[in-house]
Each structure stands twice: as structure tokens, then as C-alpha cells.
Design a protein around this ligand. Sequence first.
Ligand SMILES: [Zn+2]
Length: 340
Amino acid sequence: MTDSPIRCTIDLDAPGKQIGRLQVPRSSNTSGWSSLFVPIVSVARGEGPSALVIGGVHGDEPEGQVAALNLARDLRPDQVTGRVTVIPCLSPDASRAYTRLWPSGANLNRSFPGRPDGPADEQLAHFLSTELFPRADVVVDIHSGGRTALCLPWSEMHWVEDADQRRRMVEGMLAWNTDWCCVYIDVAGTGLLVGEAERQGKTVISTELGGGGHVTAEIHRLAASGLANVLRHEGVLAGEPITRAALGKPDPTLLMATDVDDYVLAPETGLFETLVSLGQHVDPGQPVGRIHFLERPERPPEVVGASNGGIVCVIRAIASTSQGDNVVVTARVAERSELD
Ligand SMILES: [Zn+2]
């Protein structure tokens, strides 16, 4: 029995296709007794694995929301063995505002595992942690760089200690068929959705599909094809998974952004000028950008150097920059065997 205040309007264990919502209680200036509606779709048939697909943890990342909406609308029970549960957008108010964070200022991706008597974001996180993750074998959480950052499109994972879980996550990450795959660390706080799902032993697959405030048709196709292939790979969606080799593509490049100094932070506030391109190799200390000072035209720009060498995999997308903002991420190229 859950102690969650959230009402779910579908039966999370029933067969067939159901479309409903999670209702998060709220009380606002315009409605004292209301709820935030978070749509949820469940498609189930027979015995098999259970996958949870999530888009829109951050509101300014439409790639996953569009892919998840398309999946949720099109998916039929006869295509499923097991269960696919889809939440196309976990942060609807942020999506409507096209902002990374909730209007309340909450970052849902720092709210996990949540608590039933916390603010709305923590209540929602708690419902996922106690009701949805335990029912899932596979958790897919689709992100991008949003408006703030442009990422090489990649599928990604944390390093997890359990070798069997790590193997499942590596295989799931590779099944997205992106040109790049990335192992990353959390450098800006705890409480991530994927962290709680990993703690529960799930096969957790995530992405950073571009970003920069613009989604190309190619990225939308990569979101849709990767998501479907991951679900086929996990055995929950009908059809044989497609390999990169079958597509005539080489193995993906595996990146390790696992050193805190891979995440280059702005030393001063100003207007950021990038000097590098995504996918470019840089040497340690090589200038990756410059920060200009609008109020001081006589002052030379501050040169920002890479700490570690490697491949440039993230570039800041908003030129206006505050001290401490991440401007570039570099990563070293790794061998697949490092993840064994
Ligand atoms: Zn995100």
C-alpha cells in the first residue's frame, strides 16, 4: 500500500492499453483544490520484461517528449511482450514554459528518491521511486542539452559497481545505435532519477540527444529509432534489434567524462565565445573559449582552457555566462573493455 498522495488513474498491472494520468495535488492562486496532471500510458500483453520510458524530466528538452508521445500513441498491445509504461513528459509545467526547471524552481532531476510529504516535485519523484521503478526491469530516461548546452548526440550511463547490472546497461546504451556513447559522473548535485533507478538494480539507459535550443529532424529520428531499438533489444517490443554493423556503421566511439576536471567552468561572468567544435580533439590546457566583458571594451577576453585533453562533447549554448557555469565538457576516448 502506497503512502503517496498521488492518484494514478490507470491500473499499473492490468493488460491491454490504458491512457491516464498521475494527479499530483496542488493548491494555487487560481484553484485551491487542484492537481497537476502528468499523463501516463501503459501497454501490456502477457509475460515479459517491463520497461518504463520517460521524457521531459527537463522542460526544455523536447527530443524525448516527442519520441515518447509518438511511441505512446502508436504502440499496440500485440506489439508488446510484457509491459511498456510511458510518461511522455514528467515535468509538464516546465515543458509548457520551455524551461529546464519547474516554475517553482525545482529541478526534478535532483528530487529523487523523493518523499510523500515533500513539495510536488518530491511527491512525484517518490511515486516513481516506490511505484514505477519497482515494477520496471528497464528504465529509459531521455535527455538532451536543452537550451543551455549542445551535446554530441549520445546514449549514456553511469558506472555502476554491480558487474551484471553494468553489462546490461552497456548493452542497452549501445542498442541506441548512436555514433557516440558516454560514461558520465554527477558534478552538480545528487538526487537524479537514474541514480535511484540504478540503486534499485534496474537496467538504466539515458541519452543526451543534442540540444542547444533546437531539434533537427535527424535528432528526432535518432530519438525514435534508438528508443524503439532499445525496447526491441530488451525483448519487450516485437522485432529483431538492429545493430550498427547491419546499418553499415562502425562501432560507436566510447567517451569517458568521469573526471571532475572534464567539466570546464567559467572563471568569470561575461559573454562566452567558443573556440572549438563538437567532436574536436583538444590537448590539455588548450583554449576552448573566451569570455568577453561588455562593460570593459578595453579589457582583453579571458581565455578558458581545457583542463584535461580529449574530445569536446558539450559546448555551452547560451553565450551570456555567469561565473561557475559549465562552458565545455571534454572526454577521453575509451575502449569497450574498460566497462567489462
Ligand atoms: Zn535533462
